[in-house]
Write a protein that binds this ligand. Structure first.
Ligand SMILES: [Zn+2]
Length: 502
């Protein structure tokens, strides 16, 4: 028994020693791997000028303990006259994460950005936070209350408020705004009133420049209320989705909204409609488009709708948005999401999709758009049942048909056109009033047509069919079925077949 216990203890010691030995080996392996990776880095083995090292070692001293410094201060501090070399050095230390400097490349539009070398990232984050966190209401002074409300209700940041929150760092105001613009946290707002005011009147409203304002969509507080399971798609819209499976960060969505605001303003758009999770923008005089962020249990997506403007009075048939515009919007979303993913959040995964038109599952689910665009039918395996989905309608949202295809498609889509009714009217003859009854038209209405067009029976029949079409609201498939049924009831199977084959 005693011998057994001793044996057990001995065995335990040797197990833990083995364990430590194993861990040690793993740490050695990890260290070796880190060294190997580091050696592969492009800057390894490069010779760094001595004054570069001076800058890195003494930057806090050169800046006089401040978290930010100007290009001139750096130049003077390390005695470097050559500006291209200076910019290369700053970019090098930015890439290493020692400073924050965005003036080296891609900063053509911002001179102020070129002049700001940030030594302390916390300083930058705190400056942003001052804009991105609304001051509690009880701490707001009356003078600024309206501006705080404008920020959270309409996402508009006024210059007045910027001056308030950044009063201690006002010398860096423009550079900070440029950085927030570069990070797609805000964009400058084109104000319709200022745009249309004459130079004389804007001179009178001095100082005009101080009236600049910005859109900050992440600051909006109001959301859409949406208890829906299945997306309803309006007749005047073309809708596609960006399916993020389960992970869609709000920050990514808001950056896309900022870019959409810039794009729409460039196209001439003003007064976008903004909520925290939905925004709609002008594209051209006939179209607008909307982005909507949706989070559901185990599902997150952005719904993109291209919407044709309403026409008053409404036309007989609702027009779908132009395929060119829908494609333009899709290209915008695709390009910008890819760019944002590369810049900010590599690990996010998404797929540009369309909603599966098979509604029997009562749950929204998607089909990949690129597959739908190259195949005449795709399979949907939602909930393990295989359904083949025809893709012609999906493709039509993005592809303009050739003029001949367009003409024949139009004919196909409109079996209830005037030309079609004239052909039917010529063929019906005496049975037409019975047909009217079977089409559920009132006797008084038929009588009225008879009186008003007494010179021609064909015209009476034609007018009767037009009246019926008006009442049915041009729902082509339902109308076709109703007309076939009615013709069969008045013993005109020949005409019923003609309608079926039209
Ligand atoms: Zn399906």
């Amino acid at each position: 028994m005693l011998r057994d216990l001793k044996g057990y203890k001995k065995c335990q010691i040797s197990t833990s020693s083995l364990f430590y030995y194993y861990i040690l080996k793993q740490i050695q392996k990890l260290r070796k791997h880190i060294e190997d990776v580091a050696v592969e880095e492009p800057y390894m083995g490069e010779r760094i000028p001595l004054n570069w090292l001076t800058f890195d070692d003494q930057k806090e001293k050169i800046s006089g303990g401040k978290p930010v410094m100007t290009l001139k201060q750096v130049m003077k501090g390390i005695e470097m006259e050559d500006e291209p070399e200076l910019l290369t050095m700053l970019k090098f230390y930015h890439d290493l994460g020692h400073i924050i400097y965005f003036g080296g490349d891609g900063a053509k539009k911002s001179k102020t950005l070129k002049d700001v070398v940030i030594l302390d990232p916390h300083w930058l984050i705190n400056a942003f936070k001052k804009i991105l966190i609304v001051e509690p209401r009880k701490e707001q002074t009356v003078k600024y209350r309206q501006s705080w409300n404008l920020l959270k209700d309409e996402g508009i940041l006024e210059d007045l408020l910027i001056d308030l929150v950044w009063q201690s760092i006002s010398e860096h105001k423009q550079a900070l705004l440029d950085l927030m613009d570069k990070f797609d946290l805000l964009c400058k707002r084109v104000d319709e009133e200022e745009e249309h005011s004459s130079p004389a009147s804007s001179m009178a409203r001095q100082p005009c420049l101080a009236k600049a304002s910005y859109y900050v969509p992440s600051m909006l507080r109001q959301r859409t209320s949406r208890p829906i399971q299945l997306e309803t798609i309006e007749k005047n819209s073309s809708v596609f989705f960006v399916d993020f499976k389960e992970f869609l960060p709000d920050g990514l969505y808001h950056r896309l909204v900022v870019r959409a605001l810039r794009w729409s303003q460039d196209l001439g758009g003003r007064k976008p409609d903004l909520l925290y999770d939905r925004a709609s923008f002008y594209v051209d005089e006939h179209h607008q488009f909307a982005l909507q962020m949706v989070h559901q249990p185990k599902r997150a997506y952005i719904k993109v709708s291209v919407i044709r403007a309403e026409v008053i009075p409404p036309p007989q048939s609702v027009k779908k948005p132009s395929a060119d515009v829908t494609r333009k919007v899709k290209d915008f979303v695709e390009e910008n999401l890819l760019n944002l993913k590369t810049m900010w959040i590599e690990r996010v995964d998404y797929c540009i999709s369309v909603q599966c038109p098979d509604k029997k599952h009562k749950v929204i689910h998607f089909l990949p758009l690129d597959e739908c665009m190259v195949n005449s039918a795709v399979d949907c395996y939602f909930e393990y049942s295989r359904v083949s989905i025809k893709t012609d309608e999906i493709q039509a949202m993005f592809k303009q048909k050739s003029p001949e295809e367009e003409a024949s498609a139009r004919e196909e889509r409109q079996p209830m056109s005037d030309i079609f009714f004239r052909e039917i009217a010529n063929d019906i003859g005496r049975e037409w009033k019975r047909l009217a009854t079977n089409l559920h038209l009132k006797h008084v209405a038929v009588f009225k047509i008879e009186i008003e067009h007494r010179e021609s029976v064909d015209e009476q029949i034609f007018q009767m069919l037009v009246l019926w079409r008006q009442k049915r609201g041009n729902k082509v498939n339902e109308m076709r079925k109703e007309l076939i049924d009615a013709l069969i009831k008045v013993d005109r199977r020949d005409l019923a077949d003609k309608v079926r084959d039209y």
